[in-house]
Design a protein around this ligand. Structure first.
Ligand code: HMG
Length: 445
């Protein structure tokens, strides 16, 4: 069977940085460790004045096309996943195609373009759409370009303000890919939830604590649904488990839940029983509250065992390397978690070809999806091309007053002029608005 998956990936971070411990915490009167240890975040990325979801997406896509020597004719489909769109009709993919056409011979008139929306999970849904299109044999030998791009802003003073971020991930989906092949098996956990939403407003209405419960509930459902087609999963099945990462602390909670689920009725549970007892079984409790309390206690104990810590350090912690420096990129978040894991494996000199990743995507509103990815022979050459560390280091470090100006500049309800903090070079920039209030762009050499 022909493998289909991600052939190449490029990442573009917003070029500004808000340091949470040094700059944000003192202004908020909070202990810096609330952010660095509690949420697990060191900094957030923000777009410069000349950046937005189109420029970040187009710049990531352009780097990817240049590196792979692609021309518009090689790409038959452009899907953009975003929850930061500024137009209810014209998709961001048309703007990105327009940017790319301005620097290439040829055009994307033959390419199907769209915009996927389901909060953060839309990035993975776009991958799935591309996979299905290729598997169905409708691609006529062409590849699909998937771009996940977001500027994740919260209202100032909202608890979510500490988890903002901005950046784009461009992915090329092909037959016989170099990076990872996607599994046919998938599992879903999907329910009508009102924990995080943007009813025709830019900044989300969020019930933060509830959103975390919904994330865990849907993720557990998705894992069970995945296992119903792929068979029971075991911690040893996966080299890494990249999760949607709104902030690393959320992944810490998801990871212990997944581990508890995967070790149930295995020799690992038996070995750990001496130390922390067997996992509580619902039938042993009189009411659900007592059972839930017992589960909470068991999870706390499980999280501090050496067996769990070893698994977490190997399979989860490396997935957080990029996220903790850039914040939540919404649709791109799980895709930078995968990239971070592969990057760490390359840095550690690990031979990963043939190993499997367990990928847990999530979007509020709410839906989780679990699937597996098999690492391909060309993964290391591909991942070695990323320059995300340099991009992260090169960001302009904002003062708090500058951060507030940047936040206002990207607030759709405000019209704020702001000088660029960085000088654009070899990239697409936002130039203003046209006759029909469309956004306009140009390439700066
Ligand atoms: P908060 O209420 O200000 O923070 O906001 P907190 O008081 O709960 O503290 C956070 C953690 O830091 C806690 O850890 C504290 O104990 C710890 P926990 O108990 O949860 O393990 N802490 C400290 N640790 C060490 N030293 C200290 C210290 N102080 C506190 N001094 C909240 C937290 C997540 C609610 C907020 O950031 C928020 O509303 N975020 C936005 C919503 C969100 O990200 N939800 C995540 C799940 S939903 C999701 O992932 C989807 C999403 O990406 C959107 C989409 O799909 O489109 C958001």
């Amino acid at each position: 069977m022909t493998a289909v998956g991600i052939d190449a990936i490029e990442i573009w971070t917003g070029k500004l940085k808000l340091d949470l411990a040094e700059t944000f915490a003192p202004e908020k009167g909070e202990d810096p460790e609330k952010y660095t240890k509690g949420l697990g975040l060191h900094a957030s990325s923000f777009p410069d004045a000349h950046e937005d979801i189109v420029t970040m997406g187009a710049n990531a896509a352009h780097r990817l096309m240049e590196r792979k020597g692609l021309k518009p004719d090689d790409i038959g489909r452009i899907d953009v996943a975003t929850e930061s769109s500024f137009d209810n009709s014209k998709p961001v993919s048309t703007y990105i195609a327009g940017c790319l056409e301005s620097v290439y011979d040829g055009d994307f008139h033959h390419a199907n373009k769209g915009e996927r929306k389901f909060a953060c999970i839309a990035g993975t849904q776009s991958l799935d759409d591309a996979y299905n299109w290729i598997k169905a044999g409708r691609n006529r030998g062409r590849s699909a370009l998937v771009v996940a791009t977001d500027t994740a802003l919260y209202a100032r003073g909202d608890p979510g303000e500490a988890t903002q971020g901005a950046g784009a991930v461009a992915m090329l989906i092909t037959e016989e890919p170099s990076l990872v092949a996607l599994s046919t098996e998938q599992g879903y956990g999907s329910a009508d939830e009102t924990d995080f939403l943007k009813p025709n407003q830019q900044f989300p209405s969020v019930d933060g604590k509830r959103s975390m419960q919904v994330y865990l509930a849907r993720m557990r459902e998705a894992l069970e649904d995945y296992e119903s087609v792929a068979g029971a999963s075991h911690p040893d099945d996966f080299a890494y488990v990249p999760f949607h990462t709104p902030f690393p602390g959320m992944v810490r909670k998801a990871a212990v839940l997944a581990y508890r689920h995967m070790i149930r009725d295995t020799p690992i549970e038996e070995d750990l029983a001496e130390e922390i007892g067997f996992q509580p079984r619902e039938e042993d409790y009189e009411d659900r509250e007592a059972y839930k309390e017992a589960i909470r206690e068991h999870m706390d104990a499980l999280g501090s065992t050496a067996a769990y810590q070893e698994w977490y350090d190997a399979a989860i912690e490396p997935t957080l390397d990029i996220s903790r420096e850039v914040g939540n990129w919404y649709t791109g978040s799980v895709h930078i978690a995968r990239a971070a894991a592969l990057k760490r494996a390359a840095e550690d000199g690990r031979d990963l070809a043939g190993e499997v990743l367990g990928v847990g995507s999530y979007g509020s509103g709410a839906q989780a999806e679990v699937h597996a990815e098999t690492v391909r022979d060309g993964w290391k050459e591909e991942i070695d091309q990323l320059n995300v560390d340099e991009q992260i280091d090169d960001r302009y470090d904002l003062s708090f007053a500058e951060y507030e100006n940047v936040h206002d500049r990207h607030n759709h309800d405000k019209s704020v002029e702001l000088e660029d903090f960085t000088i654009p070079e070899s990239e697409f920039v936002f130039t203003g608005r046209g006759r029909m209030n469309e956004r306009t762009y140009e390439y700066v050499e």
